[in-house]
Write a protein that binds this ligand. Structure first.
Ligand SMILES: CC(=O)SCCNC(=O)CCNC(=O)[C@H](O)C(C)(C)COP(=O)(O)OP(=O)(O)OC[C@H]1O[C@@H](n2cnc3c(N)ncnc32)[C@H](O)[C@@H]1OP(=O)(O)O
Length: 210
């Protein structure tokens, strides 16, 4: 295996992706693209330039696959970068070796699964979504594109989470619910009813606050 990963964004999230890429042996090398950081290196990896340098660097074989290292505060930017490069540059995928992924689950391009996550039968994790440490996503659920699941999110069966949603640490979603796009769920919230209006929901049971 001798593949180089390109990461958009050299901040904390990008560095975490680089860490898993290298230490869990998915890639042999990582390079960054960042529009703000002017350092030549971060995390012992080269910054090849801003995001306007990505296409040329790919054509010059400076990297093989791309991931977006932009986190939950900027999911619309995360989506925009994914859509800009989709079909032009192959996206990578990191499924940490400690994860338990059922053979019938589908993990799509651009997804990163942090250590110890469990994905059960027939569940789909759609493109460019980040699933942080120790999450449990039960059978027949669907997690949309460009979402961010914080550590220890627990999702029961037949749940649908639509795109660009953020689930806070230790939040719980009971079975058979749909959560509409651009929903944010606070830390420790327990969602017991479908969510049809985008916004921020907190508490047990989770309630809309703004
Ligand atoms: C690896 C990683 O670190 S990944 C990131 C993990 N981080 C998280 O999961 C953090 C999730 N964030 C939260 O839970 C935040 O508290 C948020 C986003 C829900 C709200 O943050 P803010 O916008 O700063 O809101 P603020 O702190 O002003 O709270 C607004 C109200 O909601 C309440 N509230 C905030 N968070 C919660 C919560 N998790 N559960 C219950 N109530 C809450 C506050 O008490 C406050 O109530 P009040 O108006 O009656 O006083």
């Amino acid at each position: 295996m001798s593949k180089t990963l390109g990461v958009i964004g050299a901040g904390h999230l990008g560095q975490q992706l680089a860490h898993f890429a290298l230490t869990d042996h998915h890639y042999s090398n990582v390079v960054f693209f960042d529009d703000f950081c002017k350092e030549p290196n971060v995390f012992d990896c080269k910054i090849l330039g801003g995001t306007d340098a990505i296409e040329k660097a790919y054509l010059e074989k400076e990297f093989d696959e791309l991931l977006v290292g932009i986190g939950y505060k900027h999911l619309s930017v995360r989506k925009q970068f994914f859509e800009n490069f989709k079909g032009k540059i192959p996206f990578g995928k990191i499924i940490h070796s400690s994860c338990q992924i059922d053979i019938t689950a589908e993990i799509r391009e651009g997804v990163v699964l942090y250590p110890n996550t469990t994905i059960d039968q027939r569940t789909i994790i759609d493109c460019n979504t980040i699933v942080n440490l120790d999450c449990t996503i039960s059978h027949d659920s669907y997690i949309g594109s460009h979402c961010f699941l914080s550590p220890r999110v627990a999702i029961a069966g037949f749940v649908k989470i639509e795109e660009q949603s953020v689930l806070g640490i230790n939040s719980t979603i009971i079975d058979n619910l749909t959560i509409c796009k651009k929903t944010q769920v606070g830390a420790g919230a327990v969602v017991i009813k479908k969510i049809e209006k985008s916004g921020l929901y907190v508490g047990n049971p989770a309630k809309f606050i703004r």
